[in-house]
Design a protein around this ligand. Structure first.
Ligand code: BES
Ligand code: MN
Ligand code: ZN
Length: 489
């Protein structure tokens, strides 16, 4: 059940709520409202060993307050509090409050004056939803959170309800992407994934087209058809169009939607398959972002392209050495059927390029090599246009998602030369994230394009801040920021 957000200018001690959460900075400097805890509070915190470090929490007796329980939460050095730090604090206390029906907090007023209040309110709402996320569908003994209402208490009467609502819209979208990633592959065939996308996007101010069967061949999606032919679950291609009246500029979002990646005949070892239901995370992020654009009043046209397919070995599967013809007419010798993402993205990028948008960005769990290079928290960012790549990096920065630029070295392009076709789908064993990027570049016609390899951050191996273990929904917030902040030149 979704959480609702409200603002209040009641004195914190008088707010009627189950749990009152008050910030304390490093060195036990009391944050807004914490003085209501009485004179001895600083000594009490010292005695309890509470220092005010980020993420520290301590339950206190609810003396002299209207709330049923009280919690203090550490925020670290007062001057160093960031938007993301507040998002994280909101997530932490949401988890602490999960067995309460409501909590109230003064976190908003703990932000340094130079931070934008709207950004902070939005981040608090995002933190509540992201931190409180649970995936209990398959748990017999799952303990669902009871939280229904969050009150943001602030001095003054400034109306930031809109910012809380934006945070809720974005948080819920991330949640949808996480749910899709966490769903076992058996329950998210391409058909089911496409149906889930349609359901998500109904009433969201977008049009949705789903191509299947002969429509895929008619659209010349040779990469998607080739990768899909080994599976009993046939592929889908989902195109989502958001076209606001008087749109200023246009963007394309492309997402890899491999619902399960066994590697195909170039079969992965068992361990390598364990998390391969995650291989549609880029596609889920694109669809989730598309679902927010109308609600957020985005003024740019955005088209989302998500090829959906299962990569399986079978008597019908594509073989190493087979040649596929991609939508733009280029032929690819498939030497490794496990390099499948680039084949389906090739079709999607060709199609996206034809519409000549002002910028294309793709998100894909594309290479293990990117994980080796950057670890599991950073996405690799590549592209053919410095300005556009910079805009994507800036959007990620505003969204507090971590990306790091990688090169697309022309010297490595010759690794992709094929004996018999225009290209082959793998390079040497080194620099795999870069050769994958170079491969994709071949299918982008003269349009600014950026590629995010999200093989690492699409999944959290263990609980990490506001990302609980499992699918993270990485990229949704960056895409939303990108669409919102886009200025056509
Ligand atoms: N989906 C994988 C990439 C991946 C690996 C994502 C590990 C997340 C974690 C992709 O389809 C793949 O198998 N890539 C191969 C490419 C290789 C065959 C050139 C890889 O990275 O090993
Ligand atoms: Mn693969
Ligand atoms: Zn894959």
């Amino acid at each position: 059940m979704p959480v609702s957000f409200e603002l209040s200018s009641t004195a914190p001690a008088r707010v009627r709520t189950d749990l009152l959460a008050l910030p304390v900075f490093a060195g036990r400097v009391l944050g807004p409202g914490a003085d209501a805890l009485g004179d001895g509070i600083v000594d009490f915190l010292a005695e309890a060993g509470f220092e005010g470090k980020p993420g520290e929490v301590l339950a206190l007796p609810a003396n002299d307050v209207a709330a049923k329980a009280v919690l203090v939460i550490g925020l670290g050095e007062q001057d160093n509090v960031t938007v993301d730090g507040l998002r994280l604090a909101a997530a932490t206390l949401t988890r602490k409050a999960s067995q309460h029906a409501s909590f109230a907090t003064t976190l908003l007023d703990a932000a340094p004056a130079e931070l934008d209040r709207g950004d902070v309110a939005q981040a608090i709402a995002e933190g509540v939803i992201l931190g409180g996320y649970q995936f209990l569908r398959y748990k017999g003994d799952g303990k669902a959170a009871k939280l229904r209402k969050v009150t943001v208490v602030r001095s003054g009467r400034e109306n930031l309800q809109w910012a809380l609502e934006r945070g809720a819209v974005i948080g819920e979208a991330v949640t949808w992407a996480r749910d899709m990633v966490n769903e076992p592959a058996a329950d998210k065939s391409p058909a089911a994934f496409a149906a889930a996308a349609k359901k998500l996007l109904r009433g969201k101010g977008v049009t949705v087209e789903v191509l299947s069967g002969p429509q895929l061949a008619a659209a010349k999606l040779g990469g998607l058809i080739g990768v899909g032919q080994g599976s009993d679950q046939p592929p889908r291609f989902v195109k989502v169009t958001y076209s606001p009246r008087g749109a200023k500029g246009s963007l394309a979002f492309v997402g890899k939607g491999v619902v399960f990646d066994s590697g195909g005949l170039s079969l992965k070892p068992p361990g390598g398959m364990e998390t391969m239901k995650t291989d549609m995370a880029g596609g889920a992020a694109v669809l989730a972002a598309m679902s927010t654009l109308a609600d957020l009043g985005v003024e740019t046209k955005v088209v989302g392209y998500v090829p959906m397919v299962e990569n399986m070995p079978s008597g019908k599967a594509i073989r190493p050495g087979d040649v596929l013809t991609i939508r733009n007419g280029k032929t690819v010798e498939v030497l490794n059927t496990d390099a499948e993402g680039r084949l389906i993205l090739a079709d999607a990028l060709s199609m996206a390029s034809e519409a000549k948008p002002d910028g294309i960005v793709d998100l894909a769990t594309l290479t293990g090599a990117c994980l080796v290079a950057l670890g599991d928290k950073y996405a690799g960012l590549m592209g053919n246009d410095d300005d556009w790549r910079g805009q994507v990096a800036d959007a990620a920065e505003r969204a507090s998602e971590k990306v790091w630029a990688l090169p697309l070295p022309t010297e490595y392009r010759k690794q992709l030369e094929s004996e018999i076709a225009d290209l082959k789908n793998i390079g040497t064993s080194y620099g795999g994230a870069l050769t994958a990027g170079l491969f994709l570049q071949e299918f982008v016609a003269d349009v600014p394009w950026a590629h995010l390899d999200i093989a690492g951050p699409a999944r959290a191996g263990s609980d990490d801040g506001y990302n609980p273990r499992g699918g993270t929904g990485f990229g949704v917030r960056t895409l939303v920021e990108l669409a919102e902040g886009f200025q056509a030149s």
